[in-house]
Design a protein around this ligand. Structure first.
Ligand code: ADP
Ligand code: ZN
Ligand code: ZN
Length: 730
């Protein structure tokens, strides 16, 4: 009899022991009884019978699912690191690493899938016959390049388009077990046209060429449009030629078909794409193809860091500063940190790229822990965007825009160029209040003002997504005079339509671009110059290329100057710099104007006059002086409950545990319980403890010792609480 340790998917920070007739490889899935349920767990080791109490109570496992481990040894090491470092339940970590069908116990080896392909008739048919049905046409054209998974095709081109094509007998369905061959064996890889790198690019590429099969982390700090992607392309070419695979992580919204097309076009090898909109079956297929070595490149968002590979040669994290790399619930991991951990296990290089590096990464580059590669000029002779502050004090405003800014906008529109207007919130206005008594209409679940959405004629809470009908009168004094305060994208769009009746405009925020295709279609239309004015939120700052935009106007950045979050300045500087990077990318020079009531604010002055790289180095000095991350380690314990005293009291008891001295270890400082920045959300009051320590080791040791006591607190069952290691927001 062997005693097997299993990571079972339950929210408990421990492993469970089962008995079996023989030993099993770590990484193999097993079905186990757990109370009244049957769960799919992952084997992580065996246990010495001498270490087991109540040995006759140990249950046998129900069934062994896999012959071969589904989690390879390097990934098991990563799993182990994850549950140790993030103090998370091992079974939940394992599940997070696996595609959904495998969590449910389905076979890991490819099973028959339904594919679509052209029929004999389809192959002889001219696609022009379908031009009146654009979706059928697009699907048909895609199938000319090869088979598609039937579920994917239905999702992408609509079920009715597929149905029509089947009825016309232009396409057919086939069931096949996919066979995978490692890339580069059946067909030789061809490298497409490659521009001559400029001096700085050449230096970076040469440095990266020295790193093959070694664990080295590099930061490529390159201004927007300096040719970072071109460096990635040229740096990975020799690795792909050596049949090594490359993983590229990109931000949530940065994964555009253009990015993927650029890699596909350069290298004639299969490229896999992973993002949140894929079906479970499609994700599993990418997982299998990468594992078998068929995919040369996998491009994906945060969770793509868990993809198995046959022979991984390099990891790239593009726009490494982006907040979407940090998971903000459940297993709160940072994909950039995981990438470093993974590169170390594989003994391969990790390349981080950004125009606005996170202060954490920049500090590692400046202190020599990372290789620092810099691109200081835009590629292909494009000029950098001139940045200016616009003093909004005492100026007349129209829909949130000063007269001065309107004049500048007119010049650009009249010159036939495009103008990008950044507004930091969506909706019509961030608040509605009573003109008579001043009462604001509040979301009672979050204690925050509702945002006015005129288009839907409703109020919406941006914190809990709750909505309500537009009120007719004030709840306090019954006055009918309700007015809006502040400006959101919807209002700016309406205002600009009146101010620029001849310019066509488009609004881009999460209300107007639901679904990724909508966004891509809008971006294409912008680049065809169908619009002259673009109004939008954050979405506009993410890596898109707008060759005809020559002016970027930022309507309000004052809020971020006075935030209680010490990262607000860094985030604002990244946003502003990324926005500036959208303008003047082609032959046309660009400018950016920041409208502010604080034109002499040192942060804005530094950013506008000296640029992000100067700002960031200065900000690091400030963080050091204030003993803030990255110069110290931080852990936040959050708790929320409908009864605020419960959440507060629970954290107070946790604090007592965290402050309990441990031999030979200097304890952390524990601040709080403080209310979170969002004090109330969805009817729950939220508090946090902030634990700081100059060193990571003692901080984690303290938490490790305190956690079992915290878990045993009876109040813990009545509140929702969580541990956030290296938090990035409050
Ligand atoms: P980034 O990733 O830094 O935004 P890209 O790699 O997308 O920059 O480059 C910006 C533009 O400059 C692209 O159109 C790219 O094709 C072009 N480019 C990059 N490197 C060169 C080069 N060495 N010579 C000519 N054009 C280049
Ligand atoms: Zn009132
Ligand atoms: Zn709310």
């Amino acid at each position: 009899m062997t005693f097997i340790q299993v990571a079972v998917p339950v929210p408990l920070r421990q492993l469970f022991t089962y008995q079996h007739t023989r030993s099993l490889n770590s990484g193999v899935r097993v079905e186990v009884p757990f109370g009244p349920r049957t769960l799919v767990g992952v084997v992580v080791g065996t246990q010495d019978p001498a270490d087991i109490d109540n040995i006759d109570k140990i249950k046998p496992l129900n069934r062994v699912i896999d012959n071969e481990p589904v989690i390879a040894p390097v990934l098991l090491k990563m799993a182990h690191w994850l549950w140790q470092y993030y103090h998370h339940a091992p079974g939940e970590v394992m599940h997070a690493m696996l595609p959904v069908p495998l969590r449910k116990g389905e076979a890991a080896t490819p099973s028959a899938q339904r594919y679509l392909q052209l029929s004999d008739e389809g192959r002889q048919t001219d696609s022009d016959t379908l031009t009146r049905a654009p979706k059928q046409h697009a699907c048909f054209m895609a199938l000319k390049h090869g088979q598609l998974l039937a579920v994917e095709a239905r999702k992408q081109y609509s079920p009715s388009a597929v149905k029509s094509l089947l009825q016309k007998a232009l396409i057919e369905e086939v069931d096949q077990v996919p066979e995978f061959t490692p890339f580069g064996y059946l067909a030789q890889m061809q490298i497409g046209q490659t521009p001559v790198p400029d001096k700085e690019q050449a230096v970076a590429i040469a440095a990266l060429n020295q790193q093959h099969n070694k664990f080295v982390i590099s930061l490529l700090e390159g201004v927007t449009g300096s040719g970072k992607t071109e460096v990635y392309l040229q740096a990975i070419a020799p690795l792909l030629e050596a049949k090594q695979q490359v993983l590229i992580l990109v931000p949530e919204i940065g994964l555009t078909p253009q990015t993927v097309a650029r890699f596909e076009k350069r290298f004639s090898i299969p490229v896999g794409v992973l993002h949140s909109q894929l079906t479970d079956a499609a994700r599993l297929l990418v997982w299998q193809r990468a594992r078998a070595g068929e995919l040369g490149i996998v491009i994906g968002t945060r969770s793509a860091i868990f993809t198995p590979f046959k022979h991984l040669g390099m990891i790239i994290v593009d726009e490494e500063h982006d907040e979407s790399f940090k998971q903000q619930d459940g297993l709160r991991y940072h994909a950039r940190d995981l990438a470093a951990m993974r590169a170390k296990e594989h003994r391969i290089p990790l390349l981080l790229g950004s125009a606005t590096p996170a202060l954490e990464s920049l500090n590692n580059a400046l202190t020599g822990r990372y290789t620092h590669l810099q691109l200081t000029r835009r590629a292909g002779g494009a000029q950098s965007t001139q940045q200016h502050l616009l003093d909004a004090r005492d100026q007349p405003f129209h829909y949130g825009i000063t007269e001065g800014l309107l004049t500048i906008m007119r010049q650009h529109v009249n010159a036939g160029n495009q103008v990008l207007v950044f507004v930091n919130r969506r909706g019509f206005a961030p608040a509605m209040l009573c003109h008579h008594c001043g009462e604001t209409v509040m979301c009672k679940r979050c204690d925050k003002p509702y945002t006015v959405h005129k288009a839907q004629n409703r109020l919406q809470c941006h914190h809990c997504a709750g909505t309500r009908a537009m009120p007719r009168q004030c709840e306090a004094c019954h006055s009918h005079e309700l007015v809006t305060a502040g400006t959101g994208t919807e209002q700016v769009e309406q205002g600009l339509a009146r101010l620029f009746p001849d310019a066509k405009q488009v609004r881009i925020d999460s209300d107007t671009v639901r679904g990724k295709d909508k966004l891509h279609n809008t971006l294409d239309a912008i680049n065809r110059q169908e619009y002259q004015i673009l109004v939008g939120t954050q979405i506009l700052s993410k890596g898109h290329h707008f060759p005809h935009v020559t002016l970027v106007a930022v309507l309000d950045c004052d809020g971020a100057l006075f935030s209680a979050d010490f990262r607000a300045a860094e985030k604002l500087a990244q946003l502003v710099t990324q926005l500036a990077g959208r303008a003047g990318r082609a032959s046309k020079p660009g400018e950016m104007w920041l409208q502010t009531h604080n034109p002499h604010h040192p942060l804005l002055q530094d950013l506008v006059n000296n640029g992000y790289s100067h700002f960031a180095r200065h900000a690091l000095l400030e963080r050091k002086a204030a003993a803030l991350p990255p110069f110290i380690s931080q852990i936040i314990i959050r708790a929320e409950a409908t009864d605020s005293a419960l959440a507060f009291g629970f954290l107070q008891q946790c604090k007592t545990q965290l402050l309990m001295p441990i031999d030979n270890i200097e304890g952390p400082s524990v601040g709080g319980p403080f209310p979170c920045l969002m004090e109330k959300r969805q009817g729950r009051y939220r508090f946090m403890l902030v634990c700081n320590h100059a060193k990571r080791g003692p901080l984690h040791a303290t938490l490790r010792r305190a956690l079992p006591y915290m878990q045993a607190l009876p109040e813990g069952a009545k509140v929702r609480w969580s541990v956030d290691i290296d938090p990035t927001d409050f």
